[in-house]
Design a protein around this ligand. Sequence first.
Ligand code: SF4
Ligand code: SF4
Ligand code: FES
Length: 248
Amino acid sequence: MTGPFPRRARYITIYIMGQEYQVPETLTILKAMEFVGYQYKRGCGCRGGICGACGTVYRKQGDHTLHTGLACQTVAEDDMILAQIPFFPANRADHGGVDISLSPDEQIATLYPEIFRCVGCGTCTRTCPMDIDVMGYIAHFKRGDVMRGAKTSFDCIMCGLCVSRCPANISQMNVAMAARRIAAGQMTPRSESTKNRAEQVNAGRYEEMLAELGQMDKEELKTLYVEREREPDLSLPGEWMPHDQSKL
Ligand code: SF4
Ligand code: SF4
Ligand code: FES
């Protein structure tokens, strides 16, 4: 047992990769692992359920069910036997390239033909910590509706937990990421404003401003940052403009 033991805390027993530890109750798995001395260099990012780096599998002693969760969001329980999943291997969409002469749905079917092996068990949907209808988006891809599948999967944090449970060996998250890229790159109209801004950047519009910033010391930069005009939270597109528009 390691770590500064808080007084009056109640302790529970957990098993991390087979090793028994006592940790105060109420800690998340991530904090419990740090409490016993693990230092995160990988397998942890945001600590807020967004980056997907901390996928974890666990059982409860005496319970046949294999559970999954994010280490930063799941509270450690007595008799939990757990291991973090570092990464789930998948075929990369860029391996061999994407044939953009094919239609978007054919591209997905060519890159990831295993989607047609989906047996509709729903395990992926039940596993997803983001409550995404994973089976649903795979079904959209099977039907050729790339845009709908891309939108359904939009909140995916790439934790890999659905992949870890799929009996058809599908890497749902990678299929969905390829679909979102295809949807954005090939099926969405080009933004005129982005195109215009890219032209301004290439024509050197911001070079002088960047050079000015490069001359400032740390304190000046901090002041500039703190005193900048900020867009109000939740303002709708086109609703807000800064008073000083000289740098737009
Ligand atoms: S779809 Fe899969 S990889 Fe994405 S958040 Fe859900 S479980 Fe994680
Ligand atoms: S876990 Fe695999 S086989 Fe089951 S519904 Fe999801 S994608 Fe299909
Ligand atoms: S550390 Fe980012 S989701 Fe857990």
